[in-house]
Design a protein around this ligand. Structure first.
Ligand code: NAP
Length: 327
C-alpha cells in the first residue's frame, strides 16, 4: 500500500480539542485543499464523534474517493443507532457491525485500511485477524493495521493476515516506538503511522505557558502541559525552533520532516481544521533532513532530559478514561 508522505487526521475537524464539529462546507474545502496539495491519506475512526467524523470525511473525500487511501478504526462497543460509546470490544460480531456502519457513513463500498483501535484483551488477536480476513475476502476491506499493540500481538496478527500499518503515538516527546516497534515494523515490512505527531499542537507552537484551554478541551488534563511541566517541555520546542531558524522552517514543519525522515515507510497524520495550518504542514514535504542532520537532532541528549518513562499507551488509556468521564 502506498500513501502520501503525510496524511490528514480527523480529530481536529470533529472538534475533539475545541469548537465542536466543524461546518461540513469548511471540512469539504479543507479536504479538497489537502488533496489538491498531494495528500492522499485520510484518517478517521468510528469513535471520533462517535460516527460524526466518519460522516464528515466520507462526504469531504467523495469527489476523489477512488484516488485516496481511507483509513478508519474499530475496537469499541459503539451503539450503531445512538453512537453511545461503550468499552473496548473487538468481538467478531462487533467488528462486523462497526464495518457495516462505517461503509454507510463513509459513503463507500470498501475501506482501504482498517485498524483495530485498541487491542481487546478478551478476544484473541487471531480471531480479530480472521474476521478482518473474511471482510477482505468480501472486498469490504483492502488492508489492515493495529493501533498501540504489544509486540507479540503484532507477530501473532501478522502471521494470520499480514499487517499493512501500525499506528502509534510518535513525536519528539513520545519516542517509545524507536526502541522496539520500529525495528519490528522494519523486520516484518509493516508501515508506521505516527499519531499526534505535533503533540496536540505543542510542536506547532500552538501551546505555551499562557495557554488556557476552553472547557471540554482534552488537553487541559494532559500532564505534559500542566503549568508546572510546560516550562520544561518548552525547552524541546525551543530546540526545534532553533532548527527552524537554521532550515528556514516553522516548528511544525521541522517536527513533521524529522518524523518523515526517520524511515521511508513512516507517514504522520497531523490533524488540523485550519487551512493555513494545513498548508504550513504540507510544506514540510519541501524540506529535507539528511542522515547527518538526523543524527545531529538529539533533543534529549542536548537538553539532558530523560525519556518519558510512562508508556504512551498507559497514559492514553488514562487520558481516554478521564475524557469519557468528562463527557
Ligand atoms: N490511533 C489512535 O489512538 C489515535 C489517537 C489520537 C489521534 N489519532 C489520529 O492522529 C491524528 C493526529 O493527531 P491529533 O490531531 O490528535 O494531534 P496533532 O496532529 O499532534 O495536533 C493537532 C493539533 O495541532 C493543531 N495544529 C496542527 N497543525 C498546526 C499548525 N501548523 N499550527 C498550529 N497549530 C496546528 C491543531 O489545531 P488546528 O485545528 O487549529 O490546526 C490541533 O489542535 C488525529 O487527528 C487522528 O486521526 C489516532
Amino acid at each position: 500500500m502506498e500513501v502520501s508522505a503525510q496524511g490528514l487526521g480527523g480529530l481536529s475537524v470533529v472538534g475533539f480539542y475545541a469548537g465542536g464539529p466543524r461546518d461540513q462546507k469548511k471540512v469539504n474545502k479543507l479536504y479538497r485543499e489537502a488533496y489538491d496539495h498531494g495528500v492522499t491519506f485520510f484518517d478517521t475512526a468510528e469513535v471520533y464523534g462517535p460516527h460524526i467524523n466518519e460522516k464528515q470525511v466520507g462526504e469531504a473525500i467523495a469527489p476523489f474517493r477512488k484516488e485516496v487511501v481511507l483509513a478508519t478504526k474499530f475496537g469499541f462497543d459503539v451503539d450503531p443507532d445512538t453512537g453511545e460509546r461503550g468499552g473496548i470490544d473487538s468481538n467478531p460480531k462487533t467488528i462486523r457491525r462497526a464495518v457495516e456502519g462505517m461503509l454507510k457513513r463513509l459513503n463507500t463500498d470498501y475501506i482501504d485500511l482498517l485498524y483495530q483501535h485498541r487491542v481487546d484483551p478478551n478476544v484473541p488477536i487471531e480471531d480479530v485477524a480472521g474476521t478482518v480476513q473474511d471482510l477482505m475476502k468480501e472486498g469490504k476491506v483492502l488492508h489492515w493495521g493495529l493501533s498501540e499493540p504489544g509486540l507479540n500481538t503484532v507477530r501473532r496478527a501478522h502471521a494470520v493476515e499480514p499487517l499493512a500499518a501500525i499506528q502509534n503515538e510518535y513525536s519528539p516527546w513520545t519516542r517509545n516506538p524507536e526502541a522496539e516497534v520500529l525495528p519490528l515494523c522494519e523486520e516484518l515490512g509493516i508501515g508506521f503511522v505516527p499519531w499526534c505527531p505535533l503533540g496536540y499542537g505543542f510542536f506547532a507552537d500552538a501551546i505555551n505557558e499562557n495557554t488556557r484551554f476552553s472547557e471540554g478541551d482534552f488537553r487541559a488534563i494532559l500532564p505534559r502541559i500542566t503549568p508546572e511541566n510546560i516550562p520544561h517541555n518548552l525547552e524541546m520546542l525551543y530546540y526545534i525552533e532553533e532548527w527552524g531558524l537554521r532550515k528556514n522552517a516553522t516548528p511544525s514543519q521541522i517536527t513533521l520532516v524529522w518524523l518523515q525522515a526517520q524511515k521511508p515507510w513512516i507517514a504522520p497524520i497531523p490533524g488540523t481544521s485550519n487551512s493555513v495550518h494545513l498548508r504550513e504542514n504540507i510544506r514540510a514535504n519541501d524540506i529535507s533532513f539528511s542522515s547527518e542532520e538526523l543524527k545531529e537532532f538529539q533533543i534529549f541528549q542536548k537538553l539532558k532530559l530523560k525519556m518519558p518513562k510512562m508508556h504512551s499507551r498507559c497514559w492514553m488509556v488514562w487520558a481516554w478514561k478521564l475524557h469519557q468521564k468528562d463527557n
